[in-house]
Structures are given as C-alpha cells and as structure tokens.
Design a protein around this ligand. Structure first.
Ligand code: CP
Ligand code: NVA
Length: 298
C-alpha cells in the first residue's frame, strides 16, 4: 500500500519516479490511454479552504478514470467530533483512496493506518508534499536538474511549505536557504531530521545572492489567522521584490505556491513579471498529482 503523507518519508527514488512520470502525463493529457483509477471512487476530505488542490485533485481523479467526492469536514460527522480513526474505518470500506487537507500531521497518518486505502496529504500544518513535488517539477521543466542549484525561501520559514522544501533538499541534492526572522525560522528538530545543505538566516539579501530560485508563501498560513497582526509586523521586510530579484542569478525563477498577497510576501510588479512561471506552477499541480496517484495504485 503506497501513501504520500510527507516528503520526509518519501524516498529519493520514488520522488524521482513521480517527477519523471509527471513529464509524460503532462505531455499526454487528453489522449493518454491509462485509466489507473477506473472503477474507483476517491474521497477528498478537507478541513481547510482550497482552490488549487481541490480543483486539481478533482479533475485529476476524473482524468485517471475515477469518480470523486468532496467531503468538507464541516459537513461530515468528523466536524462534530467523530474520531479520525472511525471516519477512516468507514471510508476505507467504501472508497478506494483519500486526499486529506487538515491541521495535524498525525491525523493523515492515523487515517492512512486505519483506512488501509492509499492516502495523500493535501496539506497539513507540517507539510505540503504535493506542492513541493510540483514546484520541483516546474523548476526542472524550465531550467533542468535542480541538483546543485540554490533555492531561497523567503518569509515564514516555520510553516508547512518550507518544511517540505527542507525534506526535499537533502534527497535531491540542492542547496536551500531560508530567509526569515528568528521567530519564523524552521525548528531545529525538522532541520536535524532532514539533514542536507540548509542555511537559515535573517539576512534576506545574503540569502538571495546568486540564487537560482526565489520562492515565497503567505505570511499567515491557514489556522494562524489570530496571529495576523503580529505576523504582518514581524515578517515585513521579508518580501520578494525588485531589489531581492536583483541579488539572484539573472535567469533566476520566482515562484509562489499561491494564494498570493500582494504588498506582503511579494510585490505586485514582481508577481506580475513572473506570472507565467507562477501559473505554470499552479497548472502543474494537476499533472504532478495525476503522477502521484498513478504511482500510488501501481
Ligand atoms: N497552493 C495551494 O495549495 O493552493 P490551495 O490552498 O488553493 O489549494
Ligand atoms: N502555508 C500556507 C500554504 C497555502 C497553500 C498555508 O498553510 O496556509
């Protein structure tokens, strides 16, 4: 049984296999013969908002021949306190795969254990593995192997998106720099578990110097809304804008997992100047997740 619960637990070989088959799946969209989810129904169980992840999984499951149902936690008994392990044992008897967006990483792990069906982490507080696999695919599609390159993450270095970047860095041999205020740097535990060549600094200009990829994410992740005012104050200055882009390599890419808040983690001009890459990145969620699900059921 294969799951995609985190990049921490995904092997380098599996990561590379998914990235390679994304290329084929993207090329063959609309005329591929394989329908690996034919006869299957997959459930999307989401406790947080989503545009890209929800739409790309719903379309992707259909394109792989499967049926899909969307379950908002507000509508199912989970939202009224039914334990995750009971929800998992019910769904596991009825559907063939699950895609879960929630808060605690332990909830997706417990779901996978109790449901005994292929389970995907579609974002938890700890990781966003589908996003970072897609980002790496997008980088490589435009610039070739990420191995040996310098990726600079700017902003809230302690949230799910940089954590998945951290776990990918050691496995795919690229250098990762995290530019964040002290309070928003990754935990020592995550860094230790990941290994790899990772620098954490408060010096944004130094982190951007010579980078091949500048990357950012929202300053206020889902679930952190109560901290908004403090975060906006403390993260001010950790923005990708023209002066930061100037520090990077002349052919550096600028990427954003979206949704983007202009004037906060990125300025309007820099966002629009890089919109082609950013929306290719968003589209690639579909292709990469089709590769992930095909790998899971193979
Ligand atoms: N990047 C991303 O996961 O977007 P959504 O929250 O819209 O799914
Ligand atoms: N760190 C963000 C990612 C959104 C796709 C969040 O968790 O809200």
């Amino acid at each position: 049984m294969k799951h995609l619960l985190s990049l921490e637990k995904l092997s380098r070989e599996d990561m590379q296999a998914i990235l390679a088959s994304t290329t084929t799946i993207k090329k063959e969209r609309g005329h591929h013969k394989a329908q690996p989810l034919a006869g299957q129904t997959w459930a999307l169980m989401f406790s947080k908002s989503s545009t890209r992840t929800r739409v790309s999984f719903e379309v992707g499951i259909r394109e792989l021949g499967g049926q899909v149902m969307f379950l908002s936690s507000a509508d199912i008994q989970l939202g009224r306190g039914e334990p995750i392990k009971d929800t998992a044992r019910v769904l596991g008897r009825m559907v063939h795969g699950a895609v879960i967006r929630t808060f605690a990483q332990n909830d997706v792990e417990e779901f996978a254990e109790y449901s005994k069906i292929p389970t995907v982490n579609a974002l938890t507080d700890d990781e966003h593995p589908c996003q970072i696999l897609t980002d790496i695919f997008t980088y490589q599609e435009k610039r070739g192997p990420i191995q040996g390159k310098v990726v600079t993450f700017v902003g809230d270095g302690a949230c799910n998106v940089p954590a998945s970047w951290i776990f990918a860095a050691a496995k795919l041999d690229f250098e990762l720099r995290i530019a964040a205020p002290k309070k928003f740097q990754p935990s020592a535990d995550v860094l230790k578990r990941a290994g790899g060549k990772i620098t954490c600094t408060e010096d944004l200009a130094a982190a951007a110097k010579g980078a091949d990829l500048l990357y950012t994410d929202v300053w206020v992740s889902m679930g952190k809304e109560a901290e908004s005012a403090d975060r906006l104050r403390e993260l001010a200055g950790y923005q990708i804008n023209a002066s930061i882009v100037k520090q990077a390599k002349s052919d550096a890419l600028v990427m954003h997992c979206l949704p983007a808040y202009r004037g906060k983690e990125i300025d309007e001009q820099t966002f629009e100047a890089n919109a082609q890459t950013i929306f290719d990145e968003a589209e690639n969620r579909l292709h990469c997740q089709k590769a992930i699900m095909s790998w899971m059921v193979s």
